[in-house]
Design a protein around this ligand. Structure first.
Ligand SMILES: Cc1cc2nc3c(=O)[nH]c(=O)nc-3n(C[C@H](O)[C@H](O)[C@H](O)COP(=O)(O)OP(=O)(O)OC[C@H]3O[C@@H](n4cnc5c(N)ncnc54)[C@H](O)[C@@H]3O)c2cc1C
Ligand SMILES: *[C@@H]1O[C@H](CO)[C@@H](O)[C@H](O)[C@H]1NC(C)=O
Ligand SMILES: *[C@@H]1O[C@H](CO)[C@@H](O)[C@H](O)[C@H]1NC(C)=O
Length: 243
């Protein structure tokens, strides 16, 4: 009898510890959501971009850019919340609130990370999904373009090709790869021998730092230019195919 009592002890501890973790998670996640609503200068729009686990679209938004099915199993850790930002203020609020309430942020652009780092974490986390940030603006006359982080390489190439037949940008081969992860990792492709990496042609970038400040090449200075935090938009130097 005595023996079986002792053997119960570890089990009870496990149950207690688990339920305590459960409670803390619920609290921080609730506070996080409250913070998002409260902080956002545009609280009517932020509620439209928040996907909690009981939202009927949660699973399809999560799956939308998971490119490696090894990370779509039921046992893969899931985000507490997905914020599919539509405006810069949504990104700033997500950074501020996750820092305040101790949740990790995973930033996702094209979701091609080989290890699922943009949407899987071992600690409680939220996904900041940049899938709605995908504009491509090409300035043919001045030979540059602005591209948002969530655009794919295919969308970038298409955007350039639909404006000009003499300018191009050197980056990867696979057209579904996202600009955000690709440029921050270098980005090589078939034009590499002559023109180098995608990152070599990045002239400017709009970043949001951990304090929610919007920075660019001018505000950081050329020397500071380089390390990516959350790149919103990237200013690219296009090159002329004739030259
Ligand atoms: C099928 C396939 C083909 C590929 N082909 C090529 C190729 O031809 N050439 C080549 O160089 N590489 C290639 N890659 C590798 C690819 O460039 C990298 O996996 C890249 O990181 C993917 O970027 P993403 O935005 O799609 O991925 P994501 O999974 O969204 O992001 C990748 C990483 O970058 C981080 N990140 C993304 N956006 C931001 C942001 N805005 N701010 C801060 N962090 C951010 C994420 O958190 C994550 O850690 C290929 C990969 C695959 C799966
Ligand atoms: C608030 O959202 C609306 C609708 O998307 C947008 O038109 C407006 O510019 C936003 N206001 C601010 C301050 O971001
Ligand atoms: C997302 O993927 C998982 C695993 O493959 C699957 O069980 C789930 O039904 C998918 N959700 C949607 C909406 O497709």
């Amino acid at each position: 009898m005595k023996f079986s009592c002792f053997s119960m002890l570890p089990f009870l501890l496990v149950v207690l510890i688990l339920s305590m973790i459960g409670a803390t998670l619920a609290v921080s996640h609730g506070k996080f959501l409250h913070c998002l609503q409260f902080c956002s200068s545009n609280s009517s729009t932020i509620s439209k971009v928040i996907y909690t686990q009981n939202n009927p679209f949660y699973s399809s938004v999560l799956n939308a850019s998971i490119q490696n099915t090894r990370f779509t199993t039921p046992s893969t850790p899931k985000p507490l919340v997905i914020v599919a930002a539509l405006q810069i203020s949504h990104i700033q609020s997500t950074i501020f609130c996750s820092k305040k309430h101790g949740l990790q942020i995973r930033i996702r652009s094209g979701g091609h990370d080989f290890e699922g780092l943009s949407y899987v974490s071992e600690v409680p986390f939220v996904i900041l999904d940049l899938l709605n940030f995908r504009a491509v603006k090409v300035d043919v006359k001045n030979e540059f373009a602005w591209v948002e982080s969530g655009a794919t390489l295919g969308e970038l190439y298409y955007g350039i090709a639909s404006k000009t037949t003499t300018l191009a940008f050197p980056a990867g081969v696979c057209h579904t790869v996202g600009v955000g992860g690709h440029f921050s990792g270098g980005g090589y492709g078939i034009l590499m021998r002559k023109y180098g990496l995608a990152a070599d042609h990045v002239m400017d970038a709009q970043l949001i730092d951990v304090n929610g400040r919007i920075l660019d090449r001018k505000s950081m200075g050329k020397i500071c230019f380089g390390p990516f935090v959350e790149a919103e938009e990237t200013h690219l130097g296009l090159f002329s195919l004739g030259k």
